[in-house]
Design a protein around this ligand. Sequence first.
Ligand SMILES: Cc1cc2nc3c(=O)[nH]c(=O)nc-3n(C[C@H](O)[C@H](O)[C@H](O)COP(=O)(O)OP(=O)(O)OC[C@H]3O[C@@H](n4cnc5c(N)ncnc54)[C@H](O)[C@@H]3O)c2cc1C
Length: 392
Amino acid sequence: MKPDLFEAPDYYNLDELLTDEHKLVRDAAREWVKREVSPIIEEYAQKAEFPTQIINGLAEIGAFGPYIPMEYGGAGLDQISYGLIMQEIERGDSGIRSTASVQSSLVMYPIWKYGNEAQRQKYLPKLASGEWIGCFGLTEPDHGSNPSGMVTNFKDKGDHYLLNGAKMWISNAPFAQVAIVWAKDERGRIHGLIVERGMEGFTTPETHNKWSLRASATGELIFDNVKVPKENLLPNKSGLGAPLGCLDSARYGIAWGAIGAAMDCYDTALRYSKERIQFGKPIGQFQLQQKKLAEMITEITKAQLLTWRLGVLRNDGKASSAQISMAKRNNVDMAINIAREARQMLGGMGITGEYSIMRHSMNLESVITYEGTHDIHLLITGLDITGLNAFK
Ligand SMILES: Cc1cc2nc3c(=O)[nH]c(=O)nc-3n(C[C@H](O)[C@H](O)[C@H](O)COP(=O)(O)OP(=O)(O)OC[C@H]3O[C@@H](n4cnc5c(N)ncnc54)[C@H](O)[C@@H]3O)c2cc1C
């Protein structure tokens, strides 16, 4: 793979909207990605393996629980710093960002928000340091966009719960020590349970042959009469709103992350357009190539502004789920289109692992599907503006 010469585009001087802390956090993450991720990521994506050696580094740049209070081992940062970390990691690879997103927003967040103090003390410091990796089991083989139909369930057996069912498409599952599992009780109400590797009847077979997010491990969670201690139930929130609350936080991080992937594709294509000579000129001198680059930077800039504003709203506790949906949908769509155009600008070289673009392009096919598909987020916006529910 080519050396990482990334220079971040900032067409509207957005840096002026960031605090010194934001810039410090972002620059540390950016440098770390250049040093630790860029040199190895192509090889790991090619061999379809998560590079476990970077887990400590992810913890050190604050990628595990950026906004979780420091008393629990988190970085105690605000929402914009959280977003900037996700942007920088996904600039390196969406699969690595997926691991960080799951750990922070889908595992640490529910333990912090819906767990009791004993659960927070037991799990959060180990998750923040990367000693333990977690996963989040919501999707099932027959229930993806409609998780309320889930069939995974638990029964009260007096001194423990008995958990049965299966989850599918679970990021980090093959090596996670801890799983936040969403399951129905005997009355059909959804609860979160903390399931640990080693519990009898709990297995996590890996999903192979993915063409997307190859550097992220994906698997199933199978529960065959798993005895879960009663103290492992998250006590402070139940119902579908509980997992959806986690998804709000993760989708917000994805909105930033997608900008990172888009920036990397744009920056690579811009550099290539000045170096690649055809018909005696750099291809960047041709109007058709300039159109592509001009549209890319316009879309990136719009996404940066949208997402920065969303971060301010989240810092003030005012961002709605529908606003988060709009940003996730817009930014991933923006990134996937930029990846496609950028790949064409590199001609044949664009399909090789010499450059990051094809990997981003394939990764974004998962990002546009998970945490609510492109179409589902559109329906959320539709519901919000009309008050009419297309899901029913
Ligand atoms: C690599 C990867 C990692 C993932 N990681 C996780 C994870 O860690 N944890 C987890 O719980 N899940 C995870 N997922 C699952 C992901 O969230 C689901 O794939 C996603 O929610 C879509 O569900 P589905 O695949 O079952 O598609 P379906 O729900 O079957 O949808 C199929 C198509 O139908 C459309 N559709 C569905 N309903 C409607 C409707 N009402 N109106 C119009 N169109 C509709 C969808 O938009 C989509 O285009 C992951 C997925 C992938 C690919």
